[in-house]
Design a protein around this ligand. Structure first.
Ligand code: GSH
Length: 323
């Protein structure tokens, strides 16, 4: 684990001292948008037109934020248009690496050894964290975006003219509702489990734990009444929730100490997770080997032995009874 300072890699763990033991996630720095015609998006510069084969995704199969982009890529039929490099699940002193012996595909574009080199190639004096996912432009040789919430919106619509897939996971009529769920679920669930797991004070951990389970309780009650978060249609809000829920019992329950109960112990959330898992293309994006290896073998401050647990054994292919 580490970060870049003026383009130089430094091996440092998250600073929670200045925040009373609380984990604060840094904002992403590359915020351009791929659009159908290359017009500028909501922020950043223009000139990133949608084209088959032009863009590349750098992902970790362990990371819930990167996972969002792989699900959207699958649902939108973008596998042929956007290729992918997968980092090693083990993230230690050099950060994310392309070590093939550990399960990385290698860097398909430039054969780099380390993911931080993707950042320094785009911005030689970059200062900040080196995260996945990254959407890379092979034409301009730079990073378009390293913000998953924005990458999934680009994938949702910018390439429709190329693929002919017009499925819309952020439909105009539902946007307000989707945003409302995102705004609750990001701090309390997606990042909530990290705030519990990376807390270095009892108080910060307990606060995060309470929020995680209060929100999961509310979600379970909500999903008793309808199939997906905003109705009977899958949206980006579900995709964003799913990537945390699918990891819950395997890593957040044990490793991040979110252990009031397992996700499987809820009445409706397990069926909801299986429903999404069983959508065409989604199960192929879920890799529990990378997921468990990453968390248990990379966070030396939490699990110094690096031993990876064998369980739990959950069958996500059993019927979900939600259709
Ligand atoms: N805002 C980013 C956050 C991504 C993120 O934090 N990814 C984690 C992996 S799960 C990472 O790469 N962390 C490395 C680090 O913080 O040094 C997004 O949603 O795209």
């Amino acid at each position: 684990m580490g970060m870049l300072v003026d383009g130089q890699w430094q091996d440092v763990w998250y600073d929670t001292e200045s925040t009373g033991g609380s984990f604060k996630r840094e904002s992403a720095r590359f915020r351009n948008w791929v659009t159908a015609d290359g017009a500028p998006g909501p922020e950043g510069e223009g000139g990133f037109a949608a084209e088959a084969g032009r863009y590349h995704l750098y992902v970790s199969l362990a990371c819930p934020w990167a996972h969002r982009t792989l699900i959207m890529r699958a649902l939108k039929g973008l596998e042929d248009a956007i290729d992918v490099s997968v980092v090693s699940p083990i993230m230690l002193a050099n950060g994310w690496t392309f070590n093939r012996d550990e399960g990385s595909t290698g860097d398909a574009l430039a054969g780099r050894d380390f993911h931080y080199q993707v950042y320094t190639d785009a911005a030689p004096d970059y200062t900040g964290r080196v995260t996945v996912p990254v959407l890379w432009d092979k034409q301009r040789n730079t990073i378009v975006s390293n913000e998953s919430s924005e990458i999934i919106r680009m994938l949702n619509s910018a390439f429709d003219g190329i693929t002919g897939n017009k499925d819309d996971y952020y439909p105009q009529a539902l946007r307000e509702d989707i945003e409302r769920w995102n705004e609750r679920i990001y701090p309390r669930v997606n990042n909530g489990v990290y705030r519990a797991g990376f807390a270095t004070s009892q108080a910060a951990y307990e606060e995060a734990y309470a929020e995680v389970f209060a929100e999961l309780d509310a979600l379970d009650a909500h999903l008793a009444k309808q199939r997906f978060l905003v109705g009977d249609q899958l949206t980006e809000a579900d995709i964003r929730l799913f990537t945390t829920l699918i990891r819950f019992d395997a890593v957040y329950h044990g490793h991040f100490k979110c252990n009031r109960q397992r996700l499987e112990d809820y009445a409706h959330l397990p069926g909801y997770v299986r429903d999404i898992f069983q959508l065409p293309g989604v199960s192929e994006t879920v890799d529990f080997d990378h997921i468990k290896t990453h968390y248990y073998a990379s966070h030396g401050t939490i699990n110094p032995t690096g031993v990876v647990p064998l369980g739990p054994d959950i069958d996500f292919t059993r019927p979900h009874h939600r259709g």
